[in-house]
Ligand binder design. Structure first.
Ligand SMILES: Cc1ncc(C[n+]2csc(CCOP(=O)(O)OP(=O)(O)O)c2C)c(N)n1
Ligand SMILES: [Mg+2]
Length: 561
């Protein structure tokens, strides 16, 4: 085939394909022209173009999240790369394999007043698993070998062990548009086999014994991709009488045995119940927890052992009680624990008590939501209950992810939120990326502030009829009217909540989205039905809720009864 004359770019194209990468998101520039030629001319790679690099990287994150495969993003030199940082940080803490490819100038031109040039090779250093810098000319001894070795190494690193982003900085010298004949698929590919991840039986038994009744065991799972094996292991554990299993909405785990509405349940416990339900051992899996209640409560306990299971980049001692770090897949570890615990027959009410507390919370929740006035709570409750079975749900940070925690989400196919670092900067792009590689509808529920942050996403050519978004227009950052650190400050409205000007109707018209809006529950019912039934265009539903009342309804929800 005829393609760029830069060997580094052609080696990269071969290895991306060999390592299973199928999607590349480009942002335009001139320095990366050889990369565009090398990658976009390969039919194995689906290349999309997203102008804004910040959005592009979040789109790649969404694609990778949804497909489970590494996705590459490729940009030109200069600040382009720096715009990847928020999404790359999110991918790092979320363990999502995004392969960052940046074009750069030859090193001798950095700091020499040459245009669009800055120190790129370490720019994302704390947030990538590994990085490499490929020289502009490979015509030195071992030049092509070292390029091949480094790229193989980084692509293996992205998907093995703790998955995550990697950064390949490729220096390219002018002329950038020269072409030559290249024989594809001849580059050497390095593979890897993972060692067995099972615990030795004796070790599993030893750990299982530590969890025997009357010990009270609480398992909590934070964000996680859907995982049938993990779900099964947790159901087994939840059947043990001295075990309770808590799952967050974005853990994507479901069983009537799980306490899935953590905040609703915790906020209704009396001090005496909290003391009785305090665990002896808490086992966590998945990512950072959304629930501040559970974090605060566990941190406040004087004595509890904490085991964290999962492939981590470092020691994570979230509750200040960590005693064991289990560096393996949660599904395997928890299955082994469940088997090891089967021999205990001492009775315990611990699991039952949590389930009763959770059931009580559900009854109270339903009564409260039924009675409460038109607000974010009312709107969310209606919307979440109506999400059809095959739709995937993306939640933005702010209150959307917190409201979802309060609702029954067991019917939702898959729920996600950027909780790796909890930014509001790329929620729309992430959802858009996920929708581009999912064959049914992806629904984003976002806030009016988060939405204006990432508005460039609406102009992307990746927008399709499978993408829908609901914007809760509650006068800006509603969360700030709720959280104690800002709610009572005189600067609340001017500096925190900051009502935004978001001309959604015009934006929808401009970007080719169908537009619906609702100002009360009756309108919402009609608008949601039409919005959900629209399978021919992408659609926006703007839901207008009263700012102060919404915050009040949420505050009251958490008041002790
Ligand atoms: C990049 C980034 N900047 C700032 C924040 C802090 N922040 C968290 S939530 C929020 C407001 C979100 O407002 P909105 O999207 O309207 O949601 P609401 O709180 O109204 O539900 C802000 C500014 C953040 N998380 N990420
Ligand atoms: Mg808002």
């Amino acid at each position: 085939m005829v393609t760029t004359d830069k060997s580094s770019c052609n080696i990269l194209a071969d290895l991306l394909i060999a390592h299973g990468i199928r999607n590349v998101v480009f942002s335009p520039g001139s320095r990366n022209a050889p990369l565009v030629m090398a990658l976009s001319r390969r039919e194995e790679l689906k290349c999309d173009v997203v102008i804004d690099e910040r959005s592009a990287a979040f789109i790649a994150l969404g694609m990778s999240l949804q497909s489970g495969k590494p996705v590459a993003v490729c940009c030109t030199s200069g600040t382009a790369l720096l715009n990847y940082a928020p999404a790359v940080a999110e991918a790092f803490y979320r363990q999502v394999p995004v392969v960052v490819i940046s074009a750069d100038r030859p090193e001798e031109w950095i700091d020499q007043d040459d245009s669009q040039t800055l120190w790129q090779q370490d720019a994302l250093a704390p947030y990538v698993k590994r990085r490499c810098d490929i020289a502009a000319h490979l015509n030195f001894e071992n030049g092509e070998w070292v390029c091949n070795r480094l790229v193989n190494d980084l692509l293996l690193e992205a998907v093995n062990g703790r998955r995550g982003p990697v950064h390949i900085n490729i220096r390219l010298d002018a002329p950038l548009n020269h072409q030559r004949e290249f024989q594809p698929d001849m580059s050497r590919v390095v593979r890897m086999v993972s060692p067995s991840t099972e615990l030795p039986t004796a070790e599993a038994r030893r750990l299982g014994e530590k969890l025997a009744p009357p010990k009270k065991i609480l398992i909590i799972v934070g964000f996680h991709e859907p995982d049938e094996r993990l779900n099964r292991a947790l159901v087994k554990l939840a059947r043990r009488p001295n075990v309770a299993v808590m799952t967050e909405t974005i853990a994507n785990l479901h069983s009537p045995l799980f306490v899935s509405r953590i905040d609703s349940t915790l906020c209704r416990l009396s001090d005496e119940e909290k003391e009785r339900l305090a665990p002896d051992v808490v086992i966590t899996a998945g990512g950072a927890l959304v629930s501040r209640f559970v974090k605060g409560w566990l941190r406040s306990l004087p004595e509890v052992e904490h085991w964290h299971v999962g492939v981590s980049h470092t020691t994570i001692d979230c509750f200040k009680h960590l005693t064991l770090r289990v560096e393996m897949a949660p599904a395997v570890f928890l299955r082994q624990l469940a088997s090891a615990m089967q021999i205990f027959d001492t009775p315990s009410d611990y699991g039952k008590e949590w389930q009763l507390a959770a059931a009580r919370a559900v009854t109270d929740h339903d009564k409260y939501v039924d009675r409460c006035q038109w607000s974010d709570m009312k709107a969310f409750s209606y919307i979440v209950s109506r999400i059809p079975p095959r739709w995937n749900l993306h939640l933005s940070n702010g209150t959307p992810v917190r409201y979802a925690q309060l609702m029954d989400c067991s019917h939702i196919h898959r729920s996600d939120c950027n909780r790796g670092v909890s930014g509001i900067d790329g929620c729309t792009s992430t959802a858009l990326g996920a929708s581009a590689v999912y064959n049914d509808t992806t629904l984003l529920i976002t806030g009016d502030m988060s939405c204006q942050y990432d508005i460039a996403a609406l102009s992307s050519t990746l927008v399709s009829k499978r993408f829908k978004m609901i914007v809760i227009c509650n006068g800006g950052g509603g969360i700030f009217r709720f959280i104690p650190s800002t709610a009572a400050l005189p600067e609340l409205e001017k500096c925190f909540a900051v009502g935004t000007r978001l001309p959604l109707k015009d934006l929808a018209a401009g970007y080719g989205f169908a537009y619906y809006e609702a100002h009360d529950l009756t309108e919402l019912k009609a608008a949601f039905a039409a919005f959900a039934a629209n399978y021919i265009e992408p659609a926006i539903l703007a839901v207008f809720t009263p700012p102060y009342e919404s915050a009040e309804v949420l505050k009251q929800y958490f008041q002790p009864v």
